[in-house]
Design a protein around this ligand. Structure first.
Ligand SMILES: C[S@@+](CC[C@H](N)C(=O)[O-])C[C@H]1O[C@@H](n2cnc3c(N)ncnc32)[C@H](O)[C@@H]1O
Length: 655
């Protein structure tokens, strides 16, 4: 009889995954070799791999074009190293915890991105980030903080539990750009894995690092996947403290996961455009008249002779036909040809066959100003293609000042958060990066004041998009002298959460009379990054000493709740963290059901065969129990057998 398998409880090891990928292409290059500890492990025979790639290899000191900086190797290792941390739910700080599909993850985004790898691999439609710009005063998270503290005495710093720290990256620092790249590289690499094939990433940046961002993204996403660098005029008057040229813009770099699958949208038509749609048809649909004659470049008959043909309009019968010949069928017919303003022959916008097919969508109209008959097309507002974004945004709603005004409108003091992005900028990125009526997942892993949540709720209330959101924000401690601290926010994450609460409430109030506003999900589930729920023995069973054996009956730390365990299981099993959760008491034990029967979990002690049978009857896709929770050894041994008989498709695991 076999016992349930145990879950891994750590984020994926990308080195292992890379070896598997190479093994698929070059199975002959996979071998076994001893590691530093003398253990045998799967390895790559690099000499053989080089032979496979014959002459297309650069190695050693040969010159090549690439981005390099001191620390790049470590940054790659940082991205690939698995972690054993977990996400602990926090109901009290959440809004609509059980039903919301939005997540707020509190912690370092490097950890968060690693934890999300299994569950959200290839699932995110759009990522927006507004990372520290490296202005010379920004705090940058140092992932490998091991240096002696004295060395950094002069640098302002905050250390977290794990020894990582936020350091002020001053421009006097000899590693000024390298430190910023060290921070960005592993995060962008992990973020790319989360994007769907048709996914896109928008990255706000300014002159300080735009050159490095471009290079690092070319390496991570591939230069051919660059969709554009938007010049975002956020300060039209220019920065007064610039000595020579007053900077009026920053940038938004836009990359796709795979340009061949990209479905980038555009802006919804604004009022300037919609007001041109000034006619209503018999069934109440709004349209504008569009001349079928081609205007602008190559508008002459000789430019496209095949696009010159005749329309005949019978005014008495009110009928229209199209013909290649200029012969009338009766004398009531008016012949209509594309005439330029100087009365020379022009051409139509459509070929002859299109005109035949779409004859019912056009009509003849006398143009009083030009004193000739023309053909007009009914161009409907509904279904109108979005307006393609240009690479220059000079809209009023992207002005930085709007960002602060919108933050203050929610009742915050101006100084509580520096430079929140204007909602207009965020909405524009989302409109371009996601598709109307298609449910999409959006991720922002430098959430700051969480303006993106407000942008998403506003787009949702206007029924422009259906979006789910994952936000990640470090609980960056606020300076005791800061306005944020004085206003009661001990960390930036506290500000982010409060803004989401206030924005959600305001949007519901402002749109109270709108149909379906109750269904708008303005909730969020707070999950905090913490050390594993499992005691160390879980990860290193070989290292258990005799003394530890007494304690070995339970692998789980004493201060962790069943809900904590549930989220670690969801993470490890790659189950969506935003699915609805319900709790039931069965046979006196608490059982969680995730999304109906996607997963059932019981972490109570004293699990009996009767309970296991009752759960198996529900036929969940997955079932999980606590290893130390069974009432007897025989229950633990029989559990797989019970499921095999009653619900053979259930995957059963233990923790
Ligand atoms: C420029 S702000 C983002 C502003 C945001 N777009 C807004 O509209 O409010 C960058 C944020 O990233 C956060 N941050 C920096 N390093 C981080 C890390 N390693 N993990 C998570 N958040 C981080 C900072 O605390 C800061 O709030």
């Amino acid at each position: 009889m076999d016992k349930p398998d145990t879950l891994d409880m750590h984020s994926p090891d990308f080195t292992d995954q890379n070896i598997e990928k190479l093994a698929e292409l070059f199975p002959n290059c996979v071998t076994e070799a001893k590691n530093a500890k003398g253990e045998l492990q799967k390895s790559i025979d690099f000499d053989l791999l080089k032979q496979e790639l014959s002459n297309n290899i650069v190695d050693g000191p040969r010159e090549r074009y690439h981005l390099n900086w001191p620390g790049k190797r470590e940054a790659l290792l940082t991205a690939n190293t698995p972690i054993t941390k977990t996400l602990r739910p926090c109901r009290e700080e959440s809004v609509d915890f059980d039903s919301t599909e939005n997540l707020f993850i509190e912690g370092d985004n490097l950890d968060a991105l690693k934890l999300l790898q299994e569950t959200y691999l290839g699932k995110v439609k759009m990522i927006y980030i507004d990372p520290p710009y490296n202005t010379g005063n920004d705090f940058v998270y140092d992932d490998n903080f091991t240096a002696d503290k004295d060395e950094y005495d002069l640098v302002s710093e905050q250390k977290d539990e794990e020894g990582g720290r936020l350091v002020a990256n001053l421009d006097s620092n000899g590693r000024f750009h390298s430190d910023w790249l060290d921070m960005m590289y592993p995060r962008l690499k992990l973020a790319r894995n989360l994007l769907k094939d048709d996914g896109v990433i928008f990255i706000s940046i300014d002159d300080n690092e735009v050159h490095n961002l471009r290079k690092v993204c070319d390496e991570i996403f591939g230069g051919n996947n660059l969709l554009g660098i938007i010049s975002n005029t956020n300060n039209p008057k220019g920065r007064s403290d610039d000595k020579f040229i007053a900077t009026a813009h920053e940038y938004i770099a836009v990359y796709s996961r795979n340009i061949n699958f990209t479905t980038v949208h555009g802006f919804e038509p604004d009022e300037k455009i919609t007001k041109r749609y000034n006619k209503v048809d018999d069934i109440g649909k709004v349209y504008r008249e569009m001349d079928l004659r081609k205007t602008g470049d190559s508008d002459k008959r000789e430019d496209r002779p095949d696009m010159f043909y005749y329309f005949f309009y019978d005014e008495i019968k009110n009928s229209l036909r199209v013909s290649k010949s200029n012969e009338k069928s009766n004398h009531n017919e008016i012949d209509i040809i594309p005439l330029k303003d100087d009365k020379s022959h022009g051409r139509w916008r459509w070929g002859f066959s299109t005109a035949q097919e779409k004859i019912n969508t056009v009509y003849a109209k006398f143009m009083p100003k030009r004193k000739i008959w023309g053909i007009v097309e009914k161009d409907y507002l509904e279904g109108r293609p979005a307006v393609k974004s240009t690479s220059s945004w000079t809209f009023k709603d992207v002005n930085s000042e709007r960002g602060s005004e919108q933050f203050i409108e929610l009742g915050f003091g101006k100084e509580v958060f520096q430079r929140p992005k204007p909602i207009g900028t965020l909405k524009r990125c989302i409109e371009v990066g996601t598709i109307p009526n298609e449910e999409s997942l959006v991720l922002d892993f430098f959430a700051g004041s969480a303006g993106i949540a407000q942008a998403i709720y506003e787009l949702g209330s206007a029924k422009k998009r259906k979006l789910k959101l994952i936000l990640i924000q470090l609980p960056e401690v606020t300076d005791e002298k800061s306005e944020a601290h004085k206003a009661g926010y001990s960390t930036i994450a506290e500000i982010s959460k409060e803004r989401i609460r206030r924005a959600g409430k305001k949007i519901k109030e402002d749109n109270a009379d709108k149909e379906g506003i109750d269904q708008l999900d303005t909730g969020f589930r707070v999950l905090k990054i913490d050390s594993s729920n499992m005691k160390d023995v879980y990860y290193a069973p070989d290292a258990i000493s005799q003394a530890d054996l007494v304690d070995q009956t339970d692998n789980i730390k004493d201060d962790r709740s069943s809900e904590d365990l549930l989220f670690q299981v969801l993470l490890d099993w790659g189950v969506d963290l935003s699915l609805p959760i319900s709790k039931e008491t069965i046979e006196g034990k608490t059982v969680f059901f995730v999304d109906g029967n996607a997963l059932c979990a019981c972490f109570d002690k004293g699990i009996t065969e009767t309970l296991v049978k009752a759960l198996a009857k529900r036929e969940p896709l997955r079932a999980v129990f606590r290893d130390a929770g069974y009432s007897s050894d025989s229950t633990k041994i029989n559990i797989k057998q019970i499921f095999k008989l009653v619900s053979p498709s259930t995957e059963v695991k233990g923790i």
